[in-house]
Design a binder for this molecule. Structure first.
Ligand code: NAD
Length: 244
């Protein structure tokens, strides 16, 4: 399939998990793709790779400009870089709140701000933010992470309203529990990783975790030419977890 021929995409957090699957899928469907990541050393050819931390405004601007130069512009921005946090409001101190919100929320603000001049001159401008079912599910032991993704959901709606008259669509995906290195690390830190993985699978209505490829396919839909009238939406990719 080459429905992304001629389109130029920038994917943050594109060196692992959902971002890596998305970058590969978009490239496979004809897009020119650049990845912006803390550690882009694992990014394969023919993707362009740029090292940047989304918490550093100067590095983000520099990387976005370098990516736009390499790609010849930016039509699609996938704001996917994110980190987790566990616990109730008593478990994370102010520094931890600032650290996670800086990546998960302000990271999107900085990257979008840097990419907007390029998106404005695109004939097919789309932003997709990676949110989470945590934004609305009321998950236990996820106060900070949920608040950060709640902000991503609100930000998506506000950005959609602000930029649709400039021809820029903004949507988000809400993944459930996705089989990525992140979740692997969490499971590996449990006393019995195999038992923990089985318990996690058992909590899924489908009996399995969502795959990164399934989330990537949803991101590609929202970023691509088949969703031209869709903006300000969140698309759940959660194997039925939402609403349970
Ligand atoms: P992952 O850890 O496998 O990949 C995240 C990538 O983001 C890594 O390559 C990492 O280097 C990069 N990154 C982290 N902080 C960064 C920073 N400050 N600047 C630049 N790059 C940075 O994680 P994943 O599971 O693929 O998660 C990707 C996104 O999906 C995150 O926003 C996460 O909140 C969201 N999400 C994941 C799940 C899940 O179950 N895995 C569920 C819902 C939402």
């Amino acid at each position: 399939m080459s429905d992304f021929d001629g389109l130029r995409a920038l994917v943050t957090g594109g060196a692992s998990g959902i971002g890596r699957a998305t970058a590969g899928l978009l490239a496979g469907r004809g897009a020119r793709v650049a990845v912006l990541d803390l550690d882009p050393s694992a990014v394969d050819e023919p993707l362009y790779a740029f090292r940047a931390d989304v918490t550093d405004d100067v590095l983000v601007r520099t990387a976005v400009e370098a990516a736009a130069d390499a790609l010849g512009g930016v039509d699609i921005l996938v704001n996917n870089a994110g980190i987790g946090a566990q616990g109730t409001v008593e478990d994370n101190d102010d520094a931890e709140w600032h650290r996670v919100l800086d990546v998960n929320v302000l990271g999107i603000v900085r990257t979008t701000r840097a990419a907007l001049p390029h998106l404005r001159v695109s004939d097919h401008a789309a932003v997709v933010n990676t949110c989470s079912i945590a934004a609305t599910a009321g998950l236990p032991q996820r106060a900070l992470y949920s608040a950060s993704k709640g902000a991503v959901l609100s930000l998506t709606l506000a950005m959609a309203a602000d930029h649709i008259r400039e021809g820029i669509r903004v949507n988000c995906v809400n993944p459930g529990t996705v089989d990525t290195p992140w979740v692997g690390r969490l499971l590996d830190s449990a006393p019995d990783p195999a038992a923990e993985r089985a318990a996690l699978r058992a909590r899924q209505p489908t009996g399995r975790l969502v795959t990164a490829a399934e989330v990537a396919a949803a991101i590609a839909y929202l970023a691509g030419p088949h969703s031209g009238a869709t903006t300000g939406t969140s698309l759940a990719v959660d194997g039925g977890m939402q609403g349970l």
